[in-house]
Design a protein around this ligand. Structure first.
Ligand SMILES: [Zn+2]
Ligand SMILES: [Zn+2]
Length: 119
């Protein structure tokens, strides 16, 4: 059986080759899969921007990377228990954890019933 040639990733500026039939490389797949935002989530707005800023200052390192002994700056506040629009879970700081972008994306990928808040 002849092998089909690999094709470049469709992400702008990415030249990585992916197996025929796939659109994006492993790195870019998550960001394109979850492009769609739901209108409900936009409502948290400024208050959330401020709260996550304070939280990331107090917790500047990604907890998942730290478990592996890596020190990676966190850029995302993740909800440990998916809030699914529940304001109590959403605003409960005990339910927040600092993550870097790549840890956050891989978590979102494994739990695709749930779409996390996009910043
Ligand atoms: Zn790519
Ligand atoms: Zn990480």
């Amino acid at each position: 059986m002849p092998r089909r040639p690999n094709t470049p990733c469709k992400h702008p500026g990415c030249a990585k080759l992916v197996p025929h039939g796939q659109m994006y490389c492993e790195e870019h797949k998550p960001s394109h899969r979850y492009d769609v935002k739901t209108t409900k989530e936009k409502g948290y707005g400024r208050r959330w921007q401020k709260a996550r800023g304070v939280f990331l200052k107090a917790h500047p390192l990604c907890v998942k990377c730290r478990e592996e002994g890596k020190l990676v700056p966190a850029t995302v506040v993740d909800h440990i228990v998916p809030h699914r629009g529940d304001p109590v879970l959403f605003w409960d700081e005990g339910n927040w954890q600092p993550l870097c972008k790549s840890c956050h994306d891989s978590k979102t990928m494994t739990d695709d019933r749930y779409q996390d808040f996009k910043y």
